[in-house]
Design a binder for this molecule. Structure first.
Ligand code: F6P
Length: 329
């Protein structure tokens, strides 16, 4: 028997916000409206689903948001949705609005919630990768990553001016949770001398040896990018260890870029990515797709089973790691 045609769908953003989420919401709403679907915006992710914080969205409601960071639907990390009772309540609220399909925009936690929800209640869901971390399996790029890297590079360029003027070394910490993608791209894009990643096993002893050697060669060694999830600790901790080992003559500073990386107007790349994936999510639901995530691989939109997306990770590109090392020598 053919699947029944979906008439009402819901869209929400969940987890850490990412620049481009608004562009994705806009694309979902406008594609749905083009296909005569009723579309509902669910506020604050799974939290709002449990509380029944759900409103109709029209084409005009998503005007003037494509260029804005953050998310007009707000976001949250819901502990209640991790319980069966919470999910039951969320399902009942969706049924009260006769919502037959969902577009879930967020990172790994969002995908995990969506996967469990589909397995329990069978409501069709398409996930969209909305996170600056770029750690989602099934897409080369997640929405927000490009903007975040551009923001970080801009910050590092500014730090370079002062680092260079004082001949000081800076340890600059970037976000990314357990993924080194933001650090790797920021490091390559800003010409950093060293990048400390969660995925590679660079010890602090090795870094200290390198710094001693560079000092003897009188090479200017200004910028070290530290991924927050690396095993040696954050930029503060690493800088402390390096300073203790190299003594008083060695001068370094720490800069933590922090949540700056999550805000700001999305880049053109993120806006187009979000628009393409938002459109594909709605078309995917209309084609009868049920428990998938939309992503972009080699320039083409693809759908990946949510089960695979939640159990795997977008692993770091080793060619880029090698490139970074070669260019920093
Ligand atoms: O997942 C996005 C992210 O920005 C990570 O890079 C970071 O580790 C985390 O969220 C920070 O979360 P919060 O905003 O809750 O402090």
């Amino acid at each position: 028997m053919a699947d029944k045609i979906i008439k009402k769908i819901g869209v929400f953003t969940s987890g850490g916000d990412a620049p481009g989420m608004n562009a994705a919401i806009r694309s979902v709403v406008r594609t749905a409206s083009y296909h005569d679907l009723h579309i509902f915006g669910i506020q604050r992710g799974y939290h709002g689903m449990i509380e029944g914080d759900i409103d109709r969205l029209e084409r005009k409601d998503v005007g003037n948001i494509i260029h804005r960071g953050g998310t007009m639907l707000k976001t949250a990390r819901s502990k209640e949705f991790m319980t069966k009772e919470g999910r039951q309540q969320a399902y009942e609220n969706l049924m009260a609005y006769e919502i037959e399909g969902l577009v879930a925009i967020g990172g790994n936690g969002t995908y995990m919630g969506a996967n469990v929800f589909f397995e329990e209640f069978g409501i069709p869901i398409v996930g969209l990768p909305g996170t600056i971390d770029n750690d989602i399996f099934g897409t080369d790029f997640s929405i927000g990553f490009d903007t975040s890297v551009n923001t970080a590079i801009d910050a590092v360029d500014k730090i370079r001016d002062t680092a260079d003027s004082h001949n000081r070394l800076f340890f600059i910490e970037v976000m990314g949770r357990h993924s080194g993608y933001i650090a790797l791209y920021t490091g390559i894009g800003s010409g950093a001398e060293n990048i400390i990643l969660p995925e590679t096993k660079k010890s602090i002893d090795l870094l200290i040896q390198q710094l001693k050697m560079e000092g003897r060669r009188k090479k200017l060694f200004n910028l070290i990018i530290v991924a927050e999830g690396n095993k040696n600790g954050g930029a503060m901790e690493i800088s402390k260890q390096v300073n203790e080992a190299l003594g008083e003559d060695f001068e370094s500073r720490v800069a933590i870029i922090g949540h700056l990386q999550r805000g700001g107007s999305p880049t053109g790349f993120d806006r187009v990515l979000a628009s393409r994936l938002g459109n594909s999510a709605v078309l995917g639901l209309l084609e009868g797709r049920k428990n998938v995530a939309a992503g972009l691989i080699a320039g083409q939109v693809v759908f990946t089973d949510l089960k695979d997306a939640v159990s795997r990770k977008n692993s770091l590109d080793n060619q880029l790691v090698n490139l970074a090392e070669m260019l920093a020598m």
